[in-house]
Structure formats: C-alpha cells, structure tokens
Design a protein around this ligand. Structure first.
Ligand code: ADP
Length: 398
C-alpha cells in the first residue's frame, strides 16, 4: 500500500489536477492527471488520463455544478482509482501569499480567513485559488490540505527591489512587487542543484516562458529579482497579457478613451500580449507556423523584451553564470531560445545549435562562458513535495 497526494491548480475557468503516489520516502510518481474545465459554466467537464496518457475518466455535466459537487466527484474518482492506496492530503497552488505567507501552510479556517483578506491584492486570482480549498474543507474536514504560494519563492528578494517609488501608504497596504511563477522557479532551482551542481552557487536567470511568462534572477538558488511584480501582468510579453507598460498608458485609456477599470483590465489581461499584437493567436506554435507579418511582429517583440530584461536582471545579479529556459515555449521552441541567446551573446552566451535543435537539456556550446540549459518544469511535483513535508510523511503501513 502506498500513499497519495492530489494537487490542485485552480484558474479562472478550470482546475488542473495531478495525483501522485509516494513511490518511496522521497519520490513521487505521477499516477493520473487531468482537468475540470468550464467550472463556472452550464457544462463542466472532468477528464483524467494516466501517467502514459491513456484515458481514465471522463464526465460531463449538462447543468451548472458547484465546487462541492465537482471536487466531490474528483476526490471520489481519485480514491476509486487509488484502490488500496490512500489519499492522505491535498495540495493547492495559491496565487498570492501576501507579505506574511511565504512557506507552504496547512489549511485551517483561520488561514482561509487571512488569505481572503489578500483578495484586494489579487482580485482576479485569489478567489479562484481559495474556492476549492473552502469547498473541500467543508466536505472533507479530516483530509489535510496545504496551501503553496506562488509568491513564496520570491520572499528572498531584497526590499529595495520590491518597493515602488510611491508614497508610503501604498507600501503599508501591501502594494509592492511580489513576483509569481515561484513554484516553477523553486522546482528549477532544485533541478539545477542536481543537473548542474557547479551552477547551484552561481548567478542564474531562469526564463519561464509559457502562456504566462517571466524571468527570475537567482543567486545561490534564491530569488533576488524577477520580472513579474505586484501582479503577473508586469514584465515580459505573454500569451494575452501586455507585460511592462508605462502606467501613463492606463491613464490614457481612462482619460482619453473613457474606458472603465473592467474594460482596461480586459485589455491588459486578455486582449494584449502575443494575441493583441498579432491579432491571430496567443499560441506560440500558431505564430511560429504563420507567415503573416503580424505574427512575426509579435514574436519579435516577445524576444526583444526577454533580451532586454535579461540585461536588467544580469545587472541585479552582478553578472551571469547560467541561463535556463523552461515551460511550454522555453522547453519546446528552438527558434525562440536561439533568438534570445543571439540577443545576449555579448554576455558570453553561446548555444550549441544542434543540441538546441533537438530540444536537449544541456544546450550551451562548450565555448559558452554562460551555461545554457532547457529544463522541464513541474509545479505539481513541487506542490506534492510541499504537501508531504508540511503534513508530515504518512505513517508506514503496518
Ligand atoms: P501554461 O503557462 O498555460 O502552463 P505552457 O507552459 O504549456 O502554458 O506553455 C504554452 C505555450 O507553449 C503556448 O504558447 C504554446 O504554443 C507553446 N509551445 C508548446 N509547444 C511548443 C513548440 N513545440 N514550439 C513552440 N511553442 C510551443
């Protein structure tokens, strides 16, 4: 008999989940993964596949269903599939931990109340993170739950990098740079220490390039700067988000265009980035395959901003020893990696073009002064580990 952890990653319209078995006291083995799609629609859809991608379950509702019903169905299926094995805890990715929560924490009603108070800092995301936790706490209070904060890894960023140059009352209310994609960067920091121990004590920039995209500068495995800020809107060009923007543009949208905050939010979060610039798609594969000049313009801007920000983060680090690519685009697009590396060749970055082309893990040329890697990220494993460590390892079976 083995023990298992379910991880949940809740977004605005879907909840992604993974089910891991504890293979031994250290390692998790993926058992199943899937998604509940269209959660707030009249047609939610739950599906899962096993570790090899073979279908495990598929259920469609023909009416709206609450989180209690959807998550109840998910947990019941997970427990059925596990058979003799026992689901001993559930771990959640929680977008925002605010200034005080920077370690994974066991969920209690008091913690939920405190996290609720952070909603003004992340009104679009925090409620989605908390709703499943609350539903499970009500339905299965005996099942331990752990909140893993996406901001936590950046807790080590020095205050001077977190402050905005605003009057102090904003800082007092928590308006500062927090940084996101922390679970991904924490996983990457762990992989660097295994794959490239010589880099673990060095100055590394990791580029998480997926639908959301950011850079993180790490010194000796700890975050010292990142491109996301108060929200995950700042920094790089993303699938549908604008990235760094002169705040004067927001004033212009309100004052000259007469847009209200909801309309501005819609443009910045959902109608900008690769999608907004190209007018074609937020998906890098589609843009790479297109010969429309607008697709090229969007990719050019995406690459340019990464190159520019690598320069800025190298300055925060005082030099660069390693550059790591990860997430959908970072792991799979030789073209983007090659263009970014060409843009920062002056820093001593040189790609092994053949290794890059075949999506190898170690893609730096032997002559490269800066080590270059493409390392697959795994936020779910990170959540599972934190959950096990926070709840405590399950008791061995008798
Ligand atoms: P999320 O941030 O939603 O987890 P992913 O990390 O899966 O997203 O990244 C999605 C992005 O990765 C999309 O833009 C997709 O087009 C891109 N991507 C995936 N595979 C490739 C590929 N082979 N070449 C280029 N881009 C790719």
């Amino acid at each position: 008999m083995a023990d298992a952890v379910l991880t949940l990653n809740a977004g605005s319209s879907s909840i992604k989940f993974s089910l891991f078995r504890l293979a031994d006291s250290e390692n998790f083995e993926l058992f199943a993964k899937g998604e509940i799609e269209e959660i707030e629609s009249n047609a939610p859809h739950l599906f899962s596949v096993d570790a090899k991608g073979a279908p495990l379950s598929d259920r469609k509702w023909d009416r709206a269903a609450g989180f209690d019903e959807l998550l109840g169905a998910l947990i019941e299926r997970a427990e059925t599939h596990l058979g003799q094995d026992k689901l001993f805890a559930i771990g959640h990715r929680v977008v925002h931990g605010g200034p005080k929560h920077y370690r994974p924490e066991r969920v209690t009603p008091e913690l939920l109340d405190e996290l609720d108070k952070l909603t003004p800092l992340a009104p679009l995301h925090e409620p989605h993170s908390l709703a499943p936790i609350r539903a499970i706490l009500a339905a299965r209070p005996e099942l331990p739950q752990v909140a893993c904060f996406d901001t936590a890894f950046h807790h080590t960023v020095p205050m001077v990098a977190k402050r905005f140059a605003l009057p102090p009352e904003y800082e007092a209310e928590g308006v500062r740079r927090y940084g996101f994609h922390g679970l991904s960067y924490e996983y990457i920091a762990g992989r660097i220490s295994v794959l490239a121990p010589h880099l673990a004590a060095g100055r590394v920039i990791a580029a998480h390039l997926g639908n959301g995209a950011s850079l993180c500068a790490m010194k000796a495995g700890r975050s010292v700067e990142m491109t996301t800020g108060f929200t995950a809107l700042d920094g790089l060009v993303m699938g549908t988000r604008c990235g760094a923007l002169d705040p004067g543009v927001i004033l212009y949208m309100g004052q000259q265009r007469g847009l209200n905050p909801k309309q501005i939010e819609d443009i910045l979060y959902r109608r900008s980035g690769l999608l907004g610039v190209s007018g074609i798609s937020s998906d890098m594969r589609t843009l790479e395959a297109s010969d429309d000049p607008r697709a090229k313009e969007a990719i050019d801007l995406f690459v340019y901003r990464i190159v520019r920000e690598i320069g800025a983060l190298t300055s925060s680090l005082g030099g660069l020893d390693g550059l790591i690519f990860t997430a959908g685009i970072g792991e799979h697009s030789p073209q983007i990696r090659a263009r970014v590396c060409a843009g920062v060749e002056w820093l001593g970055v040189k790609l092994d073009l053949e290794a890059n082309h075949r999506n190898a893990i170690h893609i730096g040329d032997k002559q490269s002064r800066v080590a270059v890697w493409a390392i697959p990220t795994d936020e779910e494993v990170m959540i599972a580990r934190h959950t096990r460590d926070t709840v405590g390892a399950p008791a061995p079976a008798l």
